[in-house]
Design a protein around this ligand. Structure first.
Ligand SMILES: [Zn+2]
Length: 212
């Protein structure tokens, strides 16, 4: 339905648009320049810090694979701006990761890790006292996507006073994607399909939170 305008210029434009002669300029202005949401992905560890190592696997390599695939899925599927704390095997301090995300003006921060210390399954963290919307969106989708490949225990949504959760100025979540030192979990982490499913879960959760 066209809204009647008192402006003859606007009326002429409306008539021209209706005739297919021009693209209505207000429509273009309303859609073409909306800023893409800024998503910060933080693959845990890297460089001189391997993270946990067991069963022939290294945490820093797994987190990088999951994060790179999460970025690629997001960029292929949505209009979104993605920045990462690292895209290769380099050392990044915890302070670098959070100050870089804060300086960039990230809308959300997602840190990706692999668990260790005995146990099995998936768990995730947010800072105590903060809202659970991002946390819940990511947790549920990572779990459901992991379960398309194998059996995964849900260890639940947890809170912790981690640097990357405390020092980030935006909603932040940290995922612990199975236990590297548990053979059954390690066998899943060795499967390319499981890594891709884990990345898809992160991407789907991020997209759901952002309403993409
Ligand atoms: Zn870690």
């Amino acid at each position: 339905m066209l809204v009647i305008s008192n402006s003859s210029a606007r009326r002429r434009t409306l008539l021209a648009a209706a005739a297919g002669l021009v693209v209505a300029p207000w429509a273009a202005a309303g859609t073409a320049h909306a800023a893409a949401p800024k998503v910060y992905l933080d693959p845990g560890h890297g460089g001189t810090d391997p993270g946990a190592v067991a069963n022939g696997l290294t945490e820093k390599a797994l987190t990088l694979s999951i994060a790179l695939q999460t970025r690629d899925i997001l960029k292929a599927s949505y209009s979104v701006d993605v920045r990462m704390s690292r895209t290769s095997d380099i050392t990044r301090s915890l302070a670098y990761r959070t100050s870089d995300a804060n300086a960039w003006g990230a809308r959300i921060f997602v840190s990706i890790h692999i668990n260790s210390g005995g146990g099995t399954g998936f768990e995730s963290y947010r800072y105590p006292g903060t809202g659970s919307t991002l946390h819940s969106a990511v947790h549920s989708r990572v779990l459901s996507n992991m379960r398309t490949v194998g059996s995964v225990t849900d260890r639940g949504l947890k809170t912790a006073n981690f640097h990357v959760l405390r020092e980030t100025a935006m909603p932040a979540v940290l995922t612990e994607n199975l236990f590297i030192d548990t053979v059954a979990d390690a066998n899943l982490l060795k499967r390319a399909a499981f890594i891709t499913a884990t990345a898809r879960g992160h991407a789907n959760g991020i997209a759901a939170y952002l309403g993409l």
